[in-house]
Write a protein that binds this ligand. Structure first.
Ligand SMILES: N[C@@H](CCC(=O)N[C@@H](CS)C(=O)NCC(=O)O)C(=O)O
Length: 278
């Protein structure tokens, strides 16, 4: 693992690393924010999964999470959103919603994607093992994300009971098998059999009996992707039917951008802190 940048931030450190990922079969970069408390004790860790087109940098540079994370004593880890590099497949037209920057946090089964696009295994197993081996973090984990990554966070938490103490999302692509972004990605990565899609669709996981955990969603009401791509009503209905507690917060006037995320990131960090024992 190679350290490639260090920035002091609110008494702690923002750091970027490069490493070879055996799940993704390529070099990957991730970022970690370590609060000052990590100098003397193991701190809980929040994994943040970004949305389409992002890298490890968008959240760290735009969300403004470090101020409160430093006060809480919370580490934050940001992976990239897809495998990258020479030999890694991309969409034929380099579309922003498939291939590079658009891994959707699934394990692809279809060529040419299946040789690298295994973001599910990377985020669930390989990255946390690496983080817990090399950094002063405890086994108290939470997971959050935005849009594609908001869905990834909820989906991964529901599929791995006990691994995360809480999960949250900004503007998640709630029901990917029913919206254009999700259908395009799942058809490419998982194939045309829609039964295979259900294993990675949050609404389908809830409908088929996934065990709940504390979940929070923040959604801007002026988000241009709301009606066509995000479908939060399907998530809310599935959670209600299943008796799963979902704290849903609708915000008039806010859009899909990091201006929205920065406005409510403190609320989500406080939500996680209350479940991480901070
Ligand atoms: N490029 C697409 C959407 C891309 C987009 O909104 N990406 C979100 C995640 S879904 C993002 O976080 N973009 C990077 C940023 O704002 O820093 C478009 O403009 O229609």
């Amino acid at each position: 693992m190679e350290n490639i940048s260090n920035n002091r931030s609110f008494g702690g450190w923002h750091k970027q690393y490069r490493h070879y990922s055996s799940s993704l079969n390529c070099e990957m970069r991730f970022a970690i924010y370590l609060p000052e408390q990590a100098n003397s004790q193991k701190v809980p860790v929040l994994y943040w999964l970004s949305g389409l087109t992002c890298t490890d940098e968008n959240f760290m540079q735009k969300a403004g999470a470090q101020r409160l994370a430093s006060q809480l004593g919370l580490a934050i880890v940001c992976p990239d959103t897809s495998p990258r590099g020479e030999g890694v497949a991309d969409a034929d037209d380099a579309a922003y919603d498939l291939g590079l920057g658009a891994g959707f946090y699934v394990n692809a089964t279809q060529a040419p994607w299946s040789s690298h696009y295994r973001m599910y295994d990377y985020v669930v197993d390989e990255l946390p093992a690496l983080i817990e081996q090399h950094f002063p973090v405890s086994d108290k984990r939470a997971i959050a994300g935005h849009s594609m990554g908001g869905h990834g966070a909820l989906m991964i938490a529901l599929k791995n009971p006990g691994r995360y103490l809480s999960a949250s999302a900004f503007a998640p692509i709630s029901h990917p098998s029913q919206c254009p972004w999700g259908q395009k990605a799942f058809a490419a990565y998982l194939g045309s059999d829609r039964e295979a899609w259900k294993a990675y669709d949050t609404v389908e996981l809830i409908k088929s009996g996934a065990k709940g955990l504390p979940m929070r969603v923040d959604q801007g009401e002026s988000d241009l992707f709301l009606a066509e791509q995000l479908l939060p009503q399907a998530l809310r209905a599935a959670a209600t039917d299943a008796g799963i507690a979902l704290s849903f917060h609708s915000h008039p006037g806010y859009d899909h951008s990091y201006y929205f995320i920065a406005s409510f990131i403190d609320e989500q960090l406080k939500f996680h802190a209350s479940h991480l024992g901070l």
